[in-house]
Ligand binder design. Sequence first.
Ligand SMILES: Cc1cc2nc3c(=O)[nH]c(=O)nc-3n(C[C@H](O)[C@H](O)[C@H](O)COP(=O)(O)OP(=O)(O)OC[C@H]3O[C@@H](n4cnc5c(N)ncnc54)[C@H](O)[C@@H]3O)c2cc1C
Length: 379
Amino acid sequence: MKTLILGAGYAGLATATKMKPTPDLEVLLVERNPYHTFETRLHEAAAHNTRVTLPIEPLLRGTGVNFEQASVDSIDVDAREVTLKDGRVLTYDTLVVGLGSVTNFYRIPGLSDHATELKDVSDADEIFNYVNRIYSAGYTGNRDIVVGGAGLTGVELVTELAQRAQVLSRARGLPPFNIYLVEAGPKILPVLDDALRARAERTLNEYGIHVLTGHRLMEATATGVTVQTADGEQKQLQAGKIIWTGGIQARDIVKGERLEKGPGGRIAVDDYLRAKGYPEVFVVGDMALAHDQGGKPVPTTAQHAGQQGRLTGKNIRSLVKGRELEKYQPNTMGEFVSLGGLMAVGWMKLPWNQKLAMTGGMAHVMKKASEWKWRSSID
Ligand SMILES: Cc1cc2nc3c(=O)[nH]c(=O)nc-3n(C[C@H](O)[C@H](O)[C@H](O)COP(=O)(O)OP(=O)(O)OC[C@H]3O[C@@H](n4cnc5c(N)ncnc54)[C@H](O)[C@@H]3O)c2cc1C
């Protein structure tokens, strides 16, 4: 069975590392980078230049999976063909698509031209270099940063940047730059309950971050943004750097007559994570629209991408051995948000569907533990 896995993110890499050399199973992992990116740690790289990548090939030892560094151009699931950017065409019996998501700029004028994203190591480098530049001797431009979107990514980024600003300001004797966190919705971190959100808000206040909830970003230019309140009042925020973390959409790369796509362009999948109408195509991670036991869309998170990948790896081995496939049962183990340094807030799942809320150092340890768990799961 000729199997292609596209993308070595949380979902694709989990699929690949679940493989074992199996007669009649030939697996090729295709990824544009020679490394896996710990996307959940990009905010650390943006603030502190931390290393957040891992070479792929050593992780595939003992799996029987071959690796090809190449960029996918298009996928035609009717023709069962994957076209690479270099023009080569790959065919398959079974396909796993885990190419992740892209930033959604919601067609806000000027935003895609003037805002930096946080999806890739190169985005993190750009932000890190900007902060270094504004602390260099002779810099005279506007030093402030506007971050759009107060979800997990936006909040983790602003707190980490604020911490870096404190360190650099002390070391170089310069005032810290202003950080504006702009959010159209009424609250930051809508995934958290009120008590944890209040703790996160307190940390943002302690850092001096300007939190503008209920402010819609209307336009971005080379020198700043226009925001608007619910009652129509407009304000200009001047900034040397605009960063947009306000939304994602599935990578739009798969074409097929019978494909069903849902909100954010995610591909509807069945109980086994196969694209509806295409039983030979598994879709995993941010690209997949799966539902939980209560009928709600499964969130686009690394923990769910990893679970989906691991199950798909197992199911592909079952397929080749003629065994029954296992159904996907999403399990949200918890949610932790880092708030700079050793501070974090979040909750973990306890038996009987109880939640244990945590703040401070303990939550930080739990956040790190989830990263270590991911790291050991792919070894
Ligand atoms: C800053 C940040 C913080 C986050 N924090 C958390 C968190 O704390 N907890 C959490 O659960 N989730 C978090 N997330 C979300 C999480 O990172 C995503 O849900 C997760 O990465 C999705 O996994 P995936 O495998 O679908 O996609 P990805 O991990 O994005 O992997 C997609 C892979 O496909 C490759 N690829 C893309 N296009 C092509 C192409 N054309 N050809 C070849 N290869 C290609 C990419 O290089 C990448 O390796 C965070 C995201 C960000 C950006």
